[in-house]
Every structure is written in structure tokens, then in C-alpha cells.
Ligand binder design. Structure first.
Ligand code: SAM
Length: 441
């Protein structure tokens, strides 16, 4: 169904999902690719795309078994879409025969794939006939088993020889919708009660968080437009209190949020302190979202568009009491929320991310007062972007010391009977936190 209640044919949705998959494979983010889908198709296509991406590794392995040579890109995207949805674990709400018929129809109804409709039909019907054998055979393939590119699995095996399976399993889970209550406008118990009155069940998590039993559109949340709550994962909610914990409450600290957009952590800092915050981001469009979010929440910060590492272009020379560096990273800790990330990243991106993180750390450290605190964080499960990055920094900066910090938090679902080792018990994304202090001069 679309918003006006008209039924949208499955073949049209499959065509659109295949286009999104193709766009992601060529480097466009899932969000950007979905923005190109006609609005009436978007909700259904988004839901199906997420199912496809969560079984994409399996679909690739199946396609290799079914077709000797890779078909042309659009045909391949449609075939992979159908195979992913046909996988027993995909959760697609369609009968297998319906999916096959509609995928073949999708191929026939497009000029680009029409000539390949017979090929798609042949592959999918063979899959239906030989499903058990093909699933067993593809199950020997690591990419199929874990739904991640091989380089990603190998890197994680290397970094986490004892925990890589649990980390990947959790990363394939379904994330909850977690909210942060704006402490300037309410309390967690008060908001849990407001949700209950609205018929929405929830539980409190951490200092300011609430996890909804069932996700819902933000417009349905009590007081969302009035700034009572924001959507933010429980691990991301650790950043602001961690940085503020070590600051003197007596004075009004000056804090730099160096990679701030869309402003989740900036807003949290302002909700629970009287700090003067400068929120910087390199992306002008995303800076607009910081301002929008702060306006909704009734908060205020100085928002600047700049490359944080090019300090000569934006810094006024006054040292900061604290810096939050929520650095750009692989996003490997938030794959359960953004399953496109797994298929968007290339192995070569990792060196680029690590270099940018190093550049930002080195450029921002001199902007900190003696005894000042810098919180470095990334939403990554990889040590290269977390612990290793900070160990290298400490080895080169004898004037820096690490304070007690959470370190690597791996993604974890609340109901997992086998929790990830050494993790906290909440349901949260993967993150890394290191709180650094500058030694007195
Ligand atoms: C992980 S996101 C930040 C999320 C944000 N802290 C929040 O809590 O909502 C990383 C941000 O870094 C920004 N960024 C990347 N390179 C940058 C640079 N050199 N200077 C400033 N911002 C940068 C990106 O535009 C992106 O918005």
C-alpha cells in the first residue's frame, strides 16, 4: 500500500529496490539512494531494501552458484534482490512463488532487463527446486554466513580472535528505537509515563534514555515537536556525560564539538550542562541540521562550517576546556541501523578514515587548555579506528594521558542469551570512547 491506500505492485517495488542496491554498490549511501525513489514507493522500498541488505552476502554466494558469469549490472541487482528476499532468514512477507513471478515481471517490464528475464527466471526457479542444497553449499562461504564483505570479516577475526562471531551476529540484529529525554524539559520517569498514556510501552536505559518496545514514527512521540526527546542510541548517549564528568561545574566550560552534525551530542551537552558549545562540521548541509535540531530542543550553540583540522581558518586562539571529537569513521558499529554501510565500504576506505582521525586528533590537541579533556569517539567496532588510534596518539604525545574510559563497546541486543564478552548489558550500537587529559604545562 502507499500513503493514499493504493496497493503498489510488488514488481514495481522490486525494480526500485534493485535500483537502490545498484546505487549503493556504486558508492551512494542508502539514505541518498532512497531519496531518489518516488515518494509513494519509498516506505515499502526502504523496508524491502533493509531486508535485502541483511541477506546480501548470502544472495551474492547463491548467485555465484547459480550463474557461471555475472550478468549485466541491472540484471544482477534484480537477481540479488530476489535471491536475498527468497532466503529463509530474510523475513520477507511473501510466498516464494510470488517473489519469483514478480521478479521475472520486474525484469520484463524494464527495457534494460527485458532481454534477461529468461535468465532471471531460470536462476530463481532453480533456486526453488534446489533450495536446500544451495543454502547448504552457500553456507560454507563466510560472506554468506556473516553478511559482511570478506575483508571486513578478516579484519575483525584478526582484531578480535575470540569474539568476532558474537560481534558480527549482533551487528546483524534489529536495533531498538532509543530516545534521549531532554533534561531541560522533563525526566525519564515522566516521559515513560507520557509514552504509556500514548499507548507506547518503553523501558528506561542509562541516565537519560528510553527504549521503545515498538519503533514508531517520531511524529507519534509525545512532545517530539516541542523538543521533549530526540532519537539517539544508548551508546551514543554516553558521550556527553563522560566528557562533562571531568569538568569543573563551577565555571561555564567552553567546549568544542569538532565533528558535530547533525548535532546529537551537541544537544546532549547543552541539555545537561551550562557549557558554551562551538559546534563545527565540514558539511554545510549537515550543519543546517544541527541548527534545526537545537531550535526544536530550545538550545543554543555557535554553529560553524569548517574543516576542524584547518584550525587557522576558524579558531580565534582561545583555548577550550574540553573537546569532543566524534570522528568520521567506517560506521561499522551501526550496521544494524544502517545495513547499507557493510556493502558501501571498501577495504581501502579504512586507511583513509584512520588518516583523517589522526589528522583531526593532532590538529585539535593544541587547542585544549592544560588539564583540559578531549573525548575521542567513533561508532566503529574496529580497533584500528579506536584503541590502536589512541595508543599511537599517546605514544607520540607524552603530554596526554588516558582517564578511565569505556573503550570498545560492541553492538549488543538486549535479548541476546550470549552477550558479547566484557560488554555492558544494555541494547546499544558499537562505539569506542577514550577520554584524554592534557597534562598541566
Ligand atoms: C559521526 S558524525 C558526527 C555525529 C555527531 N557528533 C552527532 O552526535 O550527531 C561525523 C561528522 O564528521 C564530519 N566531518 C568529517 N570530516 C570533518 C572535518 N575534517 N572537520 C569537521 N567535520 C568533519 C562529518 O561531516 C560528519 O557530520
Amino acid at each position: 500500500m502507499n500513503v493514499s491506500g493504493h496497493k503498489i505492485e510488488l514488481w514495481r517495488q522490486l525494480q526500485a529496490v534493485a535500483s537502490v542496491v545498484l546505487a549503493i554498490r556504486s558508492g551512494l549511501s542508502g539514505t541518498a539512494a532512497l531519496n531518489d525513489v518516488p515518494i509513494e514507493l519509498r516506505p515499502g522500498v526502504q523496508a524491502l531494501t533493509f531486508l535485502v541488505l541483511r541477506s546480501f552476502g548470502r544472495a551474492q554466494a547463491l548467485q555465484e552458484l547459480l550463474a557461471k558469469r555475472a550478468p549485466p549490472p541491472r540484471t544482477q541487482a534484480l537477481l540479488l534482490t530476489a535471491l536475498a528476499l527468497l532466503c529463509p532468514q530474510s523475513g520477507a512477507p511473501y510466498e516464494a512463488f510470488t517473489l519469483v513471478n514478480q521478479a521475472v515481471l520486474a525484469a520484463k517490464r524494464s527495457e534494460v532487463t527485458r532481454a534477461q528475464a529468461g535468465f532471471i527466471n531460470g536462476c530463481l526457479r532453480r533456486f526453488l527446486r534446489e533450495r536446500e542444497g544451495l543454502m547448504a553449499m552457500s553456507g560454507k562461504n563466510l560472506v554468506a554466513l556473516w553478511n559482511r564483505p570478506l575483508w571486513w570479516i578478516r579484519l575483525l577475526m584478526n582484531e578480535q580472535p575470540h569474539g568476532w562471531q558474537a560481534i558480527l551476529r549482533e551487528g546483524n540484529g534489529r536495533p531498538p528505537m532509543t530516545l534521549r529525554v531532554n533534561a531541560r524539559k522533563g525526566t525519564v520517569p515522566g516521559y515513560v509515563a507520557a509514552l504509556m498514556r500514548a499507548g507506547l510501552e518503553s523501558i528506561a536505559v542509562g541516565q537519560s534514555g528510553v527504549i521503545l518496545r515498538q519503533p514508531c514514527p517520531v511524529q507519534e512521540l509525545p512532545g517530539f515537536a516541542e523538543g521533549l526527546v530526540s532519537v539517539q542510541d544508548a551508546a551514543a548517549q554516553l558521550a556527553a556525560p563522560l566528557l562533562l564528568r571531568e569538568l569543573s561545574a563551577a565555571s561555564r566550560p567552553r567546549i568544542l564539538d569538532a565533528c558535530a552534525a547533525p548535532g546529537g551530542k551537541t544537544a546532549h551537552l547543552l541539555e545537561i550542562s551550562d557549557a558554551a558549545v562551538t559546534a563545527l562540521d565540514i558539511d554545510a548541509r549537515r550543519c543546517g541540521r544541527i541548527s534545526e535540531n537545537l531550535r526544536r530542543l530550545g538550545l543554543d550553540a555557535e554553529v560553524m562550517v569548517a574543516d576542524a583540522a584547518e584550525t587557522s581558518t576558524w579558531w580565534d586562539g582561545r583555548l577550550f576546556d574540553a573537546i569532543l571529537l566524534d570522528a568520521p569513521c567506517s560506521g561499522s558499529g551501526v550496521v544494524r541501523r544502517h545495513p547499507d554501510i557493510a556493502w558501501l565500504r571498501r577495504e581501502s576506505d579504512m586507511a583513509q578514515f584512520v588518516a583523517t582521525q589522526t589528522r583531526l586528533l593532532n590538529a585539535l590537541w593544541p587547542l585544549l587548555k592544560p588539564k583540559g579533556k578531549l573525548l575521542y569517539c567513533t561508532c566503529s567496532i574496529f580497533r584500528t579506528e579506536g584503541e590502536n588510534q589512541i595508543q599511537t596518539f599517546l605514544a607520540h604525545n607524552t603530554g596526554a594521558r588516558i582517564l578511565p574510559s569505556p573503550g570498545h563497546l560492541m553492538p549488543q541486543g538486549g535479548t541476546n542469551p550470549e552477550p558479547v564478552r566484557d560488554n555492558s548489558t544494555d541494547d546499544h550500537d558499537g562505539f569506542y570512547f577514550a577520554l584524554l587529559e592534557k597534562c598541566a604545562a
